[in-house]
Design a protein around this ligand. Structure first.
Ligand code: CTP
Length: 397
């Protein structure tokens, strides 16, 4: 989505500037054309050359450099999106007052594109009524804000917000701002992800190889498209995406309970999780020692969440399921679409290289209720998530 987009990244002078280098790099890697504008103080922290090397483009610092007299107007008018990260207390105050006394603030005042700011400052400066009022004024002017977050500040740990959001979080908010107006905007989306774990005793579990990646990418992509997203996840080692509300669960019964809670208000349910299909009929209350000899387990089926919660679906809600098969994937997938009352099912064959669990890529076929069958090439899971949401979004309008 970033390819061909023009982003102006404004950087004001706070220590969080070092993270702006990563942000400039991530935007550039994603395919955006990134023009960096530094305040004088920012250039004291990070030299313009660093951003020039990261973006492959000249960096603007001053209104008074010979060459292009109206660079601030050109950048303001060419940008598809403007991001200011970090936005210091001083930059926020100047922008809120409509001052235009340097390259960055003059460009901000002339902007036509949406503006996202990522405040970063000492926690007391952030809580000060003057700063609160300045931010309120910017919000009233349509400026979007990400962070700040609580956590370590340059001067030590803090429980109060002040620290700039991480580059990945800023990137996700920037994408959401740029993608405004799509069919998922304002829709409640519930995504399940990962495996579940069924206990045998206090330390041992039955689980499966699902990494959760497909569900996490779907939740992140749906949130970027403006969805109000709840991600219900079994145990995974993944870093959760910034925007969606995360609900962690352990067992299939807990996942079912969370789906029961969320489903009645959902416009879209995407069951990307691989819930454990079996659980031990008996769960020991102590760890059994190996010396006690062999162990036989009696397993019973868990609930099929999609089937068990079918009656809770809101009229008109769309439901997407997944099917990971080991042969005859399309026919088996179509059977599950019918049996589970789905609108769309995404099938893949675990025996194919690059598809299925524990890999960053997937090769899927998307089947829908009307009989359409769409075989996609091998793609990374984020691209698969976008392709699935394109199909779903077409059904939402
Ligand atoms: N699913 C579910 N509850 C379960 C297991 C699976 O809701 N206990 C959902 C999955 O999230 C997926 C779809 O059902 O969207 C298909 O999952 P799959 O494991 O292929 O289905 P099963 O019904 O377990 O099929 P099988 O007969 O192949 O075991």
């Amino acid at each position: 989505m970033w390819a061909g987009r023009h982003v102006v990244l404004g950087v004001s002078g706070g220590i969080a500037c070092y993270k702006s280098c990563f942000l400039a790099r991530r935007l550039t890697e994603a395919g955006a054309r990134v023009d960096v504008v530094l305040t004088r103080a920012a250039a004291e922290f990070v030299r313009p050359l660093t951003f020039e090397a990261l973006t492959g483009r000249p960096v603007a610092c001053s209104l008074w450099e010979p060459g292009e007299a109206l660079a601030h107007i050109r950048l303001a008018h060419e940008a598809d999106l403007i991001v200011v990260a970090p936005a210091t207390a001083h930059l926020i105050a100047r922008a809120a007052q409509g001052l235009a006394d340097d390259m960055l603030t003059a460009m901000l005042l002339a902007r036509r594109a949406p503006l996202l700011i990522a405040p970063a400052m000492n926690d007391e400066m952030y809580a000060r009524p003057e700063t609160v009022a300045n931010l309120e004024r910017l919000r009233a002017a349509g400026v979007a804000q990400v962070g700040p977050e609580a956590g370590p500040l340059a001067e030590g740990p803090s429980e109060r917000p002040g620290r700039m959001s991480e580059p990945e979080t800023i990137l996700a908010h920037a994408a959401r701002l740029l993608r405004r107006g799509g069919p998922l905007e304002g829709r409640r989306v519930v995504v399940t992800a990962g495996p579940t774990r069924e206990p045998l005793d206090p330390v041992r579990v039955i689980t499966n190889r699902s990494s959760g990646r497909m569900g996490f990418e779907l939740a992140a992509a749906a949130w970027e498209r403006g969805g109000d997203v709840v991600l219900i996840s079994g145990p995974t080692a993944l870093v959760p995406p910034g925007g969606p509300t995360l609900r962690r669960v352990e067992t299939t019964a807990e996942m079912e309970a969370a789906v029961r809670d969320e489903l009645p208000s959902a416009d879209l349910l995407i069951m990307a999780a691989a819930p454990a299909d079996y659980r031990s009929v008996e769960v020991a209350d102590r760890k059994r020692a190996r010396g006690e000899g062999g162990l036989s387990l009696t397993l019973g089926p868990t609930a099929d969440i999609l089937v068990a919660t079918r009656g809770l679906r809101k009229p008109g809600a769309l439901v997407v399921g997944f099917a990971l098969e080991t042969g005859d994937a399309v026919a088996r997938g179509r059977g599950k679409l019918e049996r589970k009352g789905l609108d769309v099912i995404v099938v893949n064959d675990a025996t194919e290289p690059g598809a299925g669990f524990e890999v960053p890529t997937n090769r899927v076929t998307i089947l829908d209720r009307d009989g359409a069958e769409d075989m996609l090439p091998l793609m990374d899971k984020r691209a698969v998530a976008e392709a699935i949401l394109d199909r779903v979004a077409a059904r939402c309008v």
